[in-house]
Design a protein. Sequence first.
Length: 627
Amino acid sequence: MRERIYKYGSLNSPDIIRLLRLDGEKNDELLCHLITVPLTDAPPYFALSYCWGSAKKKHGILCDSGRLSVTASLLQALQHLQRVFCNVPKQDPSAKWFWIDQICINQEDLAERSQQVKLMGAIYSRSITTLIWLGPVYDSCSLAWSLIDKIYGVFREENPNAAYISDISLRLYSASGHEGYQLPPWEDEPWQHLRNMLRAPWFSRMWIIQEVAVSKQDPIILHGSQVYSWDRLGWAASWLRRAGFIRLGHIPRTILNIDTISNLRRSKEPWKLHSLLISTSLKFQATDPRDKIYALLGLAAETSDGSAWPEPLVPDYSRDTAQVYREVARFLIGEHQSLAIFTRTLPSVRHFSLLWKSSSRTLLESWVPNWCIPTELHQTTSLVWLSYNDANGTELGFPAQYNAAANIPASIVTSDDDKTLAVRGVRIDRITSASGGNPLKFFHLLISAQLKPLFLQAWDMTVEHGQNRSPIELVDAFVKCTTGDQSPIAGSTPEAFRRHGCAYLHSRLRTLGNRFHVLSKYSRYSNFVKQHKLDGDYENYTSLARNYCMNRRFFVTSKGSFGIGPQWLKKGDIVCVLYGSGVPYILRPNGGTYILLGESYIHGLAEGQAVDRLRSGDLHDEVFRLR
């Protein structure tokens, strides 16, 4: 006789949840029972965090005389939990109650999914703790966990009283320090096994951020029959990042995911949603692109009052991705009066279809951040800044040296077209010349030892359009543009970084030999570069320029300003300062509206000079309709 499929009943109140009980014995077939209960009256339960895995091949489990289909990954987790918890005394009320999204939410009911997603932050925070299922143990994974324990020991010995990420000193990696900590060499087995473990899909899953961060107790990691502490793993990850180990490429970037979640766990105040999005959207993945936002709502400051969520942030799976992203972007700009989220915008595929063919690229207006964009399509270093504050939450904004709009807040003008964002600002200039070639390879060519590529073109553009400037002005403009004026990151003063830039320029330009000096337009600069390269560090410059020139183009404006901007800019694009931003933006006129190409650094516009000209009457305020 064919078994019937389990049929979900309706959840008749917005605060009702389902809980799962495992009734089977250790090695029996899985037997489950579901109850509905108000969240506030729920018995003690554990909340499970796991990777769904492929939904193509599902397995049936018996639940209240019906069959429920679950993925293979969840089946393994349930079998493990049944083996573990069958030995807990049945009188213990927490013995066998679990909340598991794949089972406790009717995934076929969009309205229920939307409502339950709104509750998920509370569901995980009210649980006994979060149980993390990493999957079955593989050979020698214990070596990976032993290495984590050793790294944690180093961290605690150095920082016995650390409570926040800021308590760990920030420094560059040192090979002698590595040896001094008595950590194994990079080529040894423990590091290889740690790399293998960190490649597990769970570490990149979007939903784990909330599932782990809100757990009131230290989440428990279940790796096969082994049990580990999340908080120890989190501190080890944070120490590796602060001690400079991450930049070397020996450890998968997912270690940064662990660090991000751990920072959220330690924060005393909730982060604002735009800070959460900028911290997570490129690192974590979601099958449904709307979950790039919905998976964070249980953490966000804007939704911390569970009874009064702003309408654009209420989960609704009946809305398509473009509508969700558009409404959330408009809300965040209006709520925080900042355009910092523009750092995740990309020109619409309808304008630049040649840029990518990924099916995950959603058709969005140019002003709408694409939070589901593949990482490989957004490798440009952002010009916005996350200001970490363990006590007061984390703020998204701009570095202190970026104040192009002179602190004037973003101003949205009412529009009848929800696909258009009308904002106020000042038109500054237009681009008259841009570095050529393949913009995706701009920096690779910039640091090349070859004589002809874009490095020479960029320097040549600087010299050609700066004949009326002194050598120091011209070198400063070039160095600051190619590094985004971010010398503080390298721990240098502007004067010291000028020497680093001169060391770099000298090493590249001397390859021209006599050919360089016979060009009269170069001669007045060559001696200056040679004189000021003393005590300069070539690598100090290139490491920073690598970050800020990657996937950007060097350009010159009609008024002789130099800058770096989006890789798809071209002659005729306009430069403007929009209120609510710390940097200028590049726009392209398009039939009465503008395409937002992206952020830029322009030498001489970072300190509010455009607003000074506005107030003196030299420029005028206008509305830019972005589409």
